[in-house]
Structures are given as C-alpha cells and as structure tokens.
Design a protein around this ligand. Structure first.
Ligand SMILES: Nc1ncnc2c1ncn2[C@@H]1O[C@H](COP(=O)(O)OP(=O)(O)O)[C@@H](O)[C@H]1O
Ligand SMILES: [Mg+2]
Length: 391
C-alpha cells in the first residue's frame, strides 16, 4: 500500500490540508489585482498553497503565469523561462503554433525562436544570444506583457516563486521588476520567497526596491487540530491504527511545521505498516531516529560549511533553548561567544541561511526540529557520552 504522507515537493488533492483562510485571502487578492508577497521558511507550503489558488482561479477563467526563479541560473535563462511561463499561463491557448507565439510576443516587440526538444516539448528562446544590456531590455518587455494581456479585459496574475534568488541573478533585477510592475494596475503580482531574512529585507526596508510593493501574507504552521484530524484520517483510510498520544507527539516534535509533520508521519506510518502494529509514542520516537538518519548527510554538509564561531553559536542556542539576551555579557561569557560584533556576524550568516530564525523580534532560535535533534546527538557524542540511538 502507498504511504499516505508526502513530503519534499508540492502537495495537492488528498495530501493537502487546512489553509482555508490563507487560500481565500490569496484568491481574493489575486482576483482584485493586488500584489502579494508570501514569506516563510522552506517547506512551509507556499508553493502548494499558490498552486491550489492558481488551479481555482484558472477554473474561474483567470489567466495566471507561474515561474520558479530557482529554475533560472542566469538572466538569459530567466528571460527564456519567463517567456515560456507567460505564454503557457497568459497565452490562453495550448497551441504553440509559431504564428500564435509571434502574435502573443509581438505585443511587446519580441520575436522568440521555438525549439522542439527530443521529448516533444518546446522551448522558447528570447535572449540566448543577447548581450547583457539587451537581456535587460528583453526582460523589461517581458515584464510589460501581463498588462498588455489584461487590457483585453482578462483578469491576469503572475507568480514568481523563490524570488529571493533575484538579487543573485542581478542586483538590479528587483528594481527592474518594480519599475515595470508598479505601473501595472490590472495585474496581480505574487512573490514567494523562502530565505525569510532576505525576503523580509527586500520587501520591508525603506531603501530596498520592493518596499511597500506587495501585501505581505504570513504563512505560519498548519493548525494543530487540522493537522491532527488529517493524520488520523490518513492512517484510518489506510487501515492502520494510530493512538491519539502518538498524533500529539508528532505535532509536538514538529510544532505543526507542514513539511516536517508530513515527513515524521511518513516514517511513522511506514514503521507501523511494516511491523503491522498500531502507531504509538514509542513508534514515533523510532521514526524520529530514522528521519534524523535520513537527513544526516544534508546536515553534515551544512555543518561542514559553518565557521567554528557559527557552530559555537548554534550549540549555544541549542543549550539555552533559544535566546533573547544573546548579546548580553552573561550569555556571551557563559557560551564563550566573544565580542558582540562576532555574535552579530555569525548570527547574520546563520539567519541568511535560515538555520536560525528571529521570532518574535529579538528572540533567536533554531527552527528545524530535526536539525535540533541531530545537533544535540552530535554534541552529546562530541562530549563523550553514548549516542542515544545505541543506548
Ligand atoms: N496544505 C498542506 N497540507 C499538508 N501538507 C502540506 C501542505 N502544504 C505543504 N505541506 C507539506 O510541506 C511540504 C513542502 O511544501 P511546499 O509547498 O513545497 O513548501 P514551500 O514552497 O514553502 O517550500 C510538502 O511536501 C508537504 O509535505
Ligand atoms: Mg516552494
């Protein structure tokens, strides 16, 4: 039988739960041409939420283009990929006959080449041979396209996922996006971003180009009651029992983080199914060990890349269970953190990579429960005690 819990990529249908309020808000804002920015750590369900909204809006006749900036390693590929996304989402037809494609991009004086790939799909080329300045001009015209389409009387939205990648492609890209899109009154622009620190800066700091450009939509965890029902229902529907205490423990460990919850539930279900026993708290504990083992290589790579002082900071945060007085002399002395400037430098780097989160303001914590667990095992082993998994 298939494992009823999915983690790692976008979820839909039976694997999607909750988010009714966020979905209603997002849909309403997109329909009314409002710009929205959704910021949350990775695997919180941004893409899943926006896919669901797009699906519903398309059924209502709205034209929506979606592009994942992570898929564009260079500005030229961004232009090509964006052209493709705009045609698929806003072209209104599946047909990629060259005359239709030319007509669509002709509105902004772009004439793309269309290449047929061996797998039958087609790729647009708009900037592959262009020089840097030309690429900017082409991108600008592509950004102008949604408003042109909206002028035909259609409701239009464009979604850019993983928008925190934009400054890395070109530091001027956010300013270019803003300069064109702030003029578009009839189009909803939606920005999703997962490096929370960087996204927050881009959209909330007065000297950043995206400042006040979009309405922020906060995507928190999924409510505990919702997730509890979902987990129970998924177990029941596959004929495997789960005790209420076990459901509670899963949600306690993951603090209802969507991706983490599905991952821990996935391993718990798999153990219960292979051992043909009901899921208990004890089983959740064993599933957690398996999750940590599965994530071990990823965490090891992360850890290897950190400076000694950043590691020290993480150990301090783990030891103190998060901290609000991190700059105080007592805290710095207790964990041998040195000068406030060193603390500041390491903290900034750790927050930029989302290993540490500041929430509420002034309070710092390690948000990933599996990483916390991995780290505490590591520090215990480092301190010479027996690793918990073999006790
Ligand atoms: N509404 C939801 N219901 C249940 N699980 C979800 C939901 N949204 C996200 N998840 C879980 O989180 C994982 C990551 O979701 P995704 O949409 O890719 O997040 P993000 O785009 O924020 O990185 C999914 O694979 C799934 O396990
Ligand atoms: Mg995503």
């Amino acid at each position: 039988m298939d494992n009823p819990f999915r983690y790692g990529s976008v979820v839909s249908g039976d694997h999607f739960t909750g988010r009714e309020k966020e979905l209603a808000t997002l849909e309403m804002e997109m329909r009314s041409g409002q710009n929205v920015v959704i910021i949350s750590p990775r695997r919180h369900g941004k893409t899943s939420l926006v896919f669901r909204a797009i699906d519903r809006l398309r059924r209502q006749g709205m034209l929506v283009a979606y592009f994942d900036m992570m898929a564009a390693p260079t500005k030229e590929l961004l232009a090509d990929g964006l052209a493709d996304a705009l045609y698929s989402g806003l072209g209104g037809v599946k047909d990629r006959a060259l005359n239709r494609v030319r007509e669509f991009f002709g509105r902004v004086s772009i004439s793309p080449t269309v290449t047929l790939n061996p797998d039958g799909s087609q790729t647009f080329g708009v900037a592959s041979s262009a020089r840097d300045r030309e690429t900017d001009a082409i991108l600008k015209r592509l950004f102008e396209l949604p408003e042109q389409v909206a002028r035909d009387g259609r409701k239009v939205a464009v979604v850019l996922d993983e928008f925190q990648e934009a400054p890395a492609l070109d530091p001027h890209l956010p300013a270019l996006v803003r300069s064109v899109w702030q003029m578009q009154q009839n189009v909803s622009h939606v920005f999703l971003g997962s490096k929370r620190h960087m996204m927050t800066r881009l959209f909330t700091e007065t000297n950043e180009p995206m400042f006040r450009m979009a309405l922020p939509l906060v995507l928190g965890p999924i409510s505990a009651s919702n997730f509890a029902n979902y987990i129970r229902e998924r177990f029941v529907s596959t004929g495997i029992a789960i005790e209420d205490d076990a459901v509670k423990l899963i949600l306690e460990i993951t603090a209802c983080h969507p991706g983490d919850t599905q991952e821990l539930a996935h391993f718990t279900w798999a153990l219960a199914a292979t051992e043909k026993i009901p899921a208990t708290r004890e089983l959740v504990g064993r599933a957690l060990v398996q999750v940590i083992q599965a994530e071990d290589s990823r965490y090891t790579i992360l850890w290897d890349r950190l400076s000694p002082h950043q590691r020290l900071m993480l150990t301090a945060l783990l030891g103190s269970g998060g901290a609000s007085s991190i700059y105080s002399e007592a805290y710095r002395r207790r964990y041998r953190l040195g000068a406030p400037s060193s603390v500041n430098r390491s903290l900034t780097a750790l927050m930029n990579s989302d290993l540490v989160e500041e929430s509420p303001p002034g309070q710092y914590r390690i948000p990933d429960p599996f990483f916390r667990d991995w780290l505490s095992r590591l520090t215990k082993v480092g301190a010479g005690s027996v690793p918990p998994s073999i006790m």
